[in-house]
Design a protein around this ligand. Structure first.
Ligand code: SAM
Length: 308
């Protein structure tokens, strides 16, 4: 039987095991609340209570959560700076049958947080890896944003340096222009950079581009600012201070879009050429992505050029 089937079976056994039954050996990625302690899942609590060890991004931070729920499982630090070395040490324990839970400070491990390296080495060593889902800022922001959630790209944090941030947004715009369908874009942001990031989005996507800014999700002062990026920027910068954790969601529909929500063929070809493709290859790629013949695409491209 191939390895994938073995781990899938182990997964099913764990997922449907009795709530008071023993925990199967393996690595458990446990999501923790992003603000509201009620978002800690029952299964997450059971895993944290019964694991041999909990690998934490910050042991002091996780200890507060464990104290709240009366959990006494030993913790060990596991963060971006010791990820490699610690992964080897934890792997040795997993190989001898340990049950290890991984948590980050808040939300789902491995999403803009440590966890990925440990999953990679554990999976490569044939250890069962169990996701224990729960809170995640990406999905909470996206699903309540009011923007299409069916197709989206999560991009983590934008670069902190202004020039790099602008280039990153221009690259996202070029990608969206060439895409066959609109794709909602999700970014993590920080309170001290959000005003500049919104100004850059306005410059690159146009001031009317629809966005949603999700702030303090699941907390007492949870807030959504939805609307044209220039209006959200004005509203936010009019405040005495900008605080809280936040997620920025951008509409996947670009200005000058066709009825399907895509950029015009001419704009798509130009955007690809701006990334370094020559005219012929750009035209070929757009025709393929839009499922149209090369000669139709060529005619449309010539028409768009004559309109300029
Ligand atoms: N792994 C986490 C998750 O699954 O959401 C994300 C960790 S990342 C280091 C932290 C960033 O997530 C914050 O800067 C913010 O962009 C976003 N975030 C986390 N909690 C949030 C909340 N309660 N409200 C809004 N954004 C949040």
């Amino acid at each position: 039987m191939p390895d994938e089937d073995v781990s899938h079976e182990a997964h099913e056994e764990e997922a449907y095991s009795r709530p008071d039954g023993p925990l199967a050996p393996g690595l458990y990625l446990v999501a923790t609340p992003i603000g509201n302690l009620e978002d800690m899942t029952l299964r997450g609590l059971r895993v944290l209570r019964n694991a041999d060890r909990i690998a934490c991004e910050d042991t002091r931070q996780t200890q507060k959560l464990l104290n709240h729920f009366g959990i006494r499982t030993p913790t060990v630090s596991y963060h971006l700076h010791n990820e490699r070395g610690r992964a080897e040490e934890l792997l040795a324990q997993l190989r001898s049958g340990a049950r290890i839970a991984v948590v980050s400070d808040a939300g789902t491990p491995a999403i803009a947080d440590p966890g990925e390296e440990l999953v990679r080495v554990a999976a490569a060593a044939g250890i069962a890896v169990f996701p224990v889902p729960g809170a995640s800022a990406v999905l909470s922001a996206l699903t309540a944003s009011g923007l299409p959630a069916e197709r989206f790209t999560f991009r983590g944090f934008l670069p902190s340096k202004p020039g790099e941030r602008r280039s990153a947004l221009e690259a996202v715009h070029a990608e969206m222009t060439a895409a066959a369908e609109p794709i909602t874009q999700v970014f993590y942001e920080t309170p001290h950079r959000i005003a500049d990031a919104l100004a850059d989005v306005s410059a690159v996507f146009g001031p009317a581009h629809p966005v949603a800014l999700a702030r303090e999700l699941t907390k007492l002062h949870e807030e959504f600012l939805r609307g044209a990026v220039a209006d959200v920027h004005t509203k936010l910068t009019a405040r005495d201070s900008i605080r809280g954790e936040m997620v920025l969601v951008l509409s996947g529909k670009l200005a000058a879009a066709d009825p399907a929500g895509r950029a015009s063929l001419g704009t798509a070809v130009k955007a690809l050429m701006a990334t370094g493709l020559d005219e012929k290859d750009a035209l070929k790629q757009v025709a393929r992505e839009r499922n149209i013949g090369k000669s139709d695409a060529y005619r449309e491209w010539q028409r768009s050029k004559s309109k300029r």
